[in-house]
Design a protein. Sequence first.
Length: 503
Amino acid sequence: MTAFADLRLSEPVLEALREIGYEKPSPIQAQGMPPMLEGRDVIGQAQTGSGKTAAFGVPIVEYVDPTSSDTQALVLTPTRELCIQVTQAIRSFGVKKNVEVVATFGGAPIREQISRLRSGAHVVVGTVGRVLDLIDRGALQLGSCRFVVLDEADEMLDLGFLEDVEKILRRTPNGRQTALFSATMAPPIRKLADNYLYEPEHVKVKADTLTVDSVEQFRVEVASKDKPEKLAEVIAAERPRQAIVFCRTKIGTDRLYRLLKDRGQNARALHGDLSQGQRDGVMLAFKGGRVPILVATDVAARGLDISTVTHVVNYDVPRSPDTYVHRIGRTGRAGASGRAITFVESKQTREREAIEEHIGMEITPWSAGATAVRGSAPEAPAPAEGAVEEAPAPTDDAPADASEVRRQKPRRGRKPQINRDADEPGTRIVLAPGTSAGLEVRDLVAAITEATGLDGEAVRDVLVLERFALATVPAANVDEAVDAINERAGGERPLYAEVLVPR
Ligand code: AMP
């Protein structure tokens, strides 16, 4: 199959795909969409980067009836970050059909999510705990839910959510269509599939197809005690625009982060011991380009889809070849080229060999300025160039992705021209701080209107979270509005704004 049109998708969905720059289906889409569209249950073995979100998201929006206000599809995700990304993606597929997609995740006020559900959510994307909570409160009604997707089921297993997943599945109609996506099929996941999926079609994309050919891969032989020095050398020689440095453990992540800080590096750490607010702050700073180095554990970095990452450093060799492929897939995105550098201790030769066998080539020894053979050409297309910046309509909501932020240079003292009509497109902006500074929705609206000269109605969908807030302003005015807000940031109540770039 060569085109989305061959799948007989309806015109509004095809149009949305064209606009976000998806020209032809990736392998997981080519294999997974037809059975999904036929109404069959599906097991998809694929990871982030393969295009799996569209493999289930497009069939969902194809079948959603926007004239009914019932919740017709539920997508469960292990983490809040993935929840946000999936929400944005499905929203972009369904934008021409007016499909309402609502994200529900822990760490954000439940009341706002309940009210969004009340006002109609055709598709609900949620983390396991929050979804269960919403069902228990009677806020999420699943009586008409005809699709259920379990995304990254292996992560749900690792995080201990499988029991809750089963509870949720038992609350959905028996006649539902179920899809389960997982990078690996550990026995508990297989069992879950056996119990809850009906004669599923099994589709699989080889992991090494994720090794995009835009990533140059290197290894550095180093003794454990010399790793910090070596890292400093690698960073000095490579001068990454943005790098993710992977460690195996939370403690190791924190230790390395402190060490880099002590040496004056502008780095941040991301791991499971941070509070949600702290994680938001780190994500926002990194995705916004303000921090060049992120030290992270595998779980914490899951779902990070950032096109500006130029380097991945495996400070600790990954636990498995799959993890290696997954980690290095964080760079070389959206048409950019990337470099992956893996530290290997002498006792880890076996692990290195397993990775090399998995990716089907030897990893080049690193030296300053070295070039390497790139990975095999992927079957999956790299994300279309421009897909990140030119996604269509302004997406709504999506707090943790408050992170895909374009930096703005404040321009001097101009107020935006107000020129809008009722359905004019809006652009999402992210503002800081949030409720932690005592800000409420009305404060935010007042601050924006005061600074920009926009009227209150022009500021829509305001969502205030702990450390930051989101609002939609008319697209035509957005740059000037952001500048005007930042101009005033020195005042009594500092408020900073940036444009949230949709995926
Ligand atoms: P996913 O694995 O669903 O997280 O998708 C990985 C990346 O590939 C995202 O940035 C998508 O926007 C992009 N992508 C997915 N499918 C396609 C496609 N058919 N053509 C171009 N880009 C795609």
